[in-house]
Design a protein around this ligand. Structure first.
Ligand code: TRP
Length: 329
């Protein structure tokens, strides 16, 4: 069957992934595999743009992301799963694109300003960090991807990718398609404190957790702050646990709403029910994850195979790029 197009997306190797990644990103990516030709990249050079001082964990973090990807259903038979730094051609294209990218475009990028405010001058003062979106553009267009599933926060980078591709094509002839975004982060799973699940908030349920750890964390999870005693009427729409009921216990959501609002259902029982459903939903993933943890050989083979496939596609594009720019082939 002819595929609808070609997808590239990526993730920085942040270490172990959590339920927010699974529900917000990975399930969608896994679902694209039948309809699109998929390239999924672990963007280790991007991680270096701000974490250039601490590289001891980098290799392990890459493998942890790969393990979570495989456990979550990204399938090396159907997708190319690879590590950015295994495909050196991204660096060459990044360099060539940097020639046609005005610095003002990069300084104006909202993520550039936000990150400088959030993580500070020291980590974001580098030339590499300013060029982050140029490297991301190279990642995407070197595969001539037409579709890029990303979260809202990444939209400015995709817009820059399109502008850079357009500018390149204007100077040197049509080499690159202008890729479109698909917003893939629809579901935001709340963390144990009710805020968005994020490693930096220390409120995550990790795919690498044991069922016991998940249970403990869920038991401590925030609920409706106005429901203090079991008999108090609850407000499900203000309760993060109710979001979980909606995701993992769909057929029971309405009766639970009613029982919570009337005060008949207490938080302890409500949680016990959803913990069971959540564990049933993620146990196969956690199980597969444990198998892969113990079989690093397989994980490394997948990445080596992915690198090989990615390099071939990237090399073909670079032939065209060099010819178009009249630099040495
Ligand atoms: N910048 C992305 C992030 O932080 C990761 C990334 C790198 C990416 N290269 C990409 C995403 C290419 C999509 C396409 O999440």
């Amino acid at each position: 069957m002819a595929k609808k197009g070609r997808i590239l997306s990526g993730h920085r190797p942040t270490g172990r992934l959590h339920l927010g990644h699974l529900e917000g990103t990975l399930r969608a990516w896994a679902g694209f595999q039948d309809d699109y030709e998929c390239f999924f990249e672990i963007a280790d050079w991007h991680a270096l743009t701000t974490s250039f001082e601490e590289t001891d964990q980098l290799r392990e973090n890459i493998e942890q992301v790969a393990i979570d990807w495989l456990a979550s259903g990204l399938d090396p038979e159907r997708s190319v799963l690879f590590v950015q730094s295994d495909v050196k051609a991204h660096a060459e294209l990044h360099l060539l694109l940097s020639m046609v990218t005005p610095v003002t475009w990069l300084e104006r990028c909202p993520t550039y300003k936000e990150q400088r405010d959030q993580i500070g001058e020291a980590k974001t003062a580098g030339y590499g960090f300013l060029g982050y979106p140029v490297l991301q553009a190279a990642d995407i267009i070197i595969y001539k991807a037409d579709t890029v599933p990303i979260g809202k926060d990444q939209l400015p980078h995709l817009e820059l990718t399109r502008e850079i591709a357009r500018r390149f094509n204007n100077f040197y002839g049509d080499v690159f398609p202008e890729p479109q975004a698909i917003l893939s982060e629809f579901s935001v799973v709340p963390g144990t404190d009710g805020r968005k699940m994020s490693k930096s908030y220390n409120n995550t349920l990790d795919l690498a957790d044991t069922p016991e750890e998940i249970t403990q964390k869920m038991r401590k999870m925030f609920t409706d702050p106005k429901k203090i005693y079991k008999g108090d009427p609850g407000h499900p729409d203000q309760c993060p646990v109710f979001v979980y009921q909606g995701m993992y216990n769909k057929e029971r959501t309405e009766p639970i709403r009613t029982a919570c609002e009337s005060g008949d259902l207490g938080c302890v029982d409500c949680k016990a029910e959803v913990i069971e459903k959540l564990l049933a939903a993620i146990t196969p993933i956690m199980q597969r994850r444990r198998e892969l943890e113990a079989d690093r050989e397989t994980v490394r083979d997948v990445l080596a195979q992915g690198a090989k496939q990615a390099r071939e596609v990237a090399a073909a594009t670079m032939e065209q790029v060099r010819a178009a720019m009249k630099v040495s082939r």
